[in-house]
Design a protein around this ligand. Structure first.
Ligand SMILES: NC(=O)c1ccc[n+]([C@@H]2O[C@H](COP(=O)([O-])OP(=O)(O)OC[C@H]3O[C@@H](n4cnc5c(N)ncnc54)[C@H](OP(=O)(O)O)[C@@H]3O)[C@@H](O)[C@H]2O)c1
Length: 246
């Protein structure tokens, strides 16, 4: 499956929620989507739904906590396409959603493994394919819940949410965005944090704040950044393309 005229984009956690909508919208826009799913059956179900929509995606098994599937995904992309134009680090877990005084070591480690270490391991494995692209970029799907400034603002509507493992993992992800952006600037590889906004998905189910929006709308901002001719680097952008306070 090759199409050197269209962007090649890997979306982790592409089988559900925002990742599914990102994959769908990218495919509709003509991109070659490599849809990563940790569970092959869920990946196949997502691909079937897209096929019903007249869209074709390249579905791969990819668990960001599993180095073997990361290596296989990197090899598949290098062998099949020879480059990667955009990496969308979307996959994440929320953990148990407990405040810091109740969080366990197990919850912290599992959440950081997926949301932080998984991003580093996958990104590093894909750097050779990103370097082979004429317009590479790395998009880390983050959350305003990881912003120390917003969480510390009593007027921010979500400032009472207390999901320590998740929120600390997104703050760590944002630091990685800044550090990767600085390191990769010399190679012309932009790195951004991007938030889809508060959306109704499996991850937000049970969240205390009402008003979660349509995940398709949250995906649109990520898709725009994946396909734009040029993007900034080292910033945290909302789904509207506005700067978010770190
Ligand atoms: N929903 C919101 O309000 C909101 C707000 C801000 C930011 N975000 C961010 O948006 C992104 C997508 O979240 P979502 O709301 O769409 O959540 P979701 O519906 O729960 O989807 C999460 C996706 O990540 C996958 N995943 C989890 N662990 C994985 C692993 N180890 N390897 C590979 N894939 C894995 C899930 O796979 P399974 O289906 O197998 O579980 C699923 O496909 C996340 O980064 C999240 O932090 C969401």
């Amino acid at each position: 499956m090759t199409n050197t005229d269209s962007s090649i984009v890997l979306v982790t956690g592409g089988n559900a929620g925002i990742g599914f909508h990102v994959s769908q919208q990218l495919a509709r826009a003509g991109a070659r989507v490599v849809l990563g799913s940790r569970d092959p059956a869920r990946g196949a179900a997502a691909a079937a739904q897209l096929t019903d929509d007249g869209l074709e995606v390249d579905t791969i098994a990819l668990d960001v906590t599993d180095d073997a599937t990361i290596a296989a995904a990197a090899k598949h992309i290098a062998d099949t396409y020879g480059r990667l134009d955009a990496l969308v680090n979307n996959a994440a877990i929320v953990g148990e959603g407990l405040p810091p005084s109740q969080a366990s070591r197990a919850e912290m480690l599992a959440t950081f493994d997926t949301n932080v270490a998984g991003v580093v391991a996958l990104t590093n494995a894909l750097l050779p394919s990103l370097r082979a692209s004429g317009r590479p970029r790395i998009l880390n799907v983050s959350s305003e819940l990881g912003s120390t400034r917003l969480v510390n603002d009593p007027d921010w509507p979500h400032s009472d949410v207390a999901a320590a493992a998740y929120q600390a993992s997104k703050a760590a992800l944002d630091m990685l965005t800044v550090m990767y952006a600085k390191e990769l600037a010399v190679e012309g590889i932009p790195v951004l944090s991007v938030s889809p906004g508060y959306r109704k998905t499996g991850l937000s189910r049970g969240a205390p704040t009402p008003g979660a929006g349509d995940p398709a709308e949250g995906a649109a901002g990520i898709v725009a950044l994946a396909l734009a001719d040029e993007v900034p680097t080292g910033q945290f952008l909302s789904d509207q393309g506005e700067l978010v306070a770190w």
